[in-house]
Design a protein around this ligand. Structure first.
Ligand SMILES: [Zn+2]
Ligand SMILES: [Zn+2]
Length: 194
């Protein structure tokens, strides 16, 4: 049972009720058990002083190699500024069909752009980023269907414009790829056929 869970790794001291809202959103979208876990990672080894940012690629590998509860997908939630060589910053990243992804709240905060703090908007944006990165882990590419959460987002405005959910095309693709793998995903497949 637990082997088929999505594990959310709390690496930002996120509060329980904040995490619970994320857990329930992810569960609603992927219809799999979702558990949370805290892992200690020394972030200093991923810090790049020249960019004053944390290296997303290396952090992803670091998190991937950390042992955690049995899972099919794992996503680490952070508060630090993440970058990769080809991009100034990232909201998160996840390899296609991989097992581990990362997402950070840092660039999602209104304060980052000189605007007033908005906790509800922040949670909304974070949920979309996490759902999106998990989509990549489940094999989804960027989507062009209006409102789909798999649309690529460069700016927070892009995030605000798109919806929270996978479009029916993306859902079908997940079902086709994974329906053979686990009993839970067979249930997922059935749900989607209704
Ligand atoms: Zn993406
Ligand atoms: Zn889509």
């Amino acid at each position: 049972m637990s082997e088929q869970a999505i594990v959310i790794v709390n690496h930002g001291n996120f509060e329980n009720d904040f995490l619970e809202k994320i857990v329930s959103r992810i569960h609603q979208e992927y219809r799999l058990p979702v558990t949370t876990e805290e892992i200690h990672i020394d972030l200093s080894e991923y810090y790049d002083p020249t960019r004053r940012q944390y290296d997303g690629n290396r952090l992803l590998k670091g998190l991937d190699s950390k042992s955690s509860s049995p899972h099919i997908k794992k996503i680490g939630l952070f508060r630090v500024d993440l970058g990769i060589p080809i991009l100034t910053y990232i909201f998160g990243q996840a390899p296609l069909n991989g097992k581990t992804g990362i997402a950070s709240l840092y660039r999602l905060r209104n304060e980052q752009y000189g605007m007033e703090k908005d906790e509800d908007l922040l949670l909304d944006r974070f949920k979309k980023v996490i759902t999106h990165e998990l989509g990549h882990l489940f094999g989804l590419l960027h989507c062009h269907v209006p409102n789909c959460v798999m649309i690529s987002s460069t700016y927070v405005e892009d995030l605000d414009q798109k919806g929270h959910n996978l479009c029916s095309k993306c859902r079908t693709e997940i079902v086709q790829d994974y329906s053979q793998e686990t009993e839970n995903l067979r249930k997922l497949s059935n749900n989607f056929n209704i």
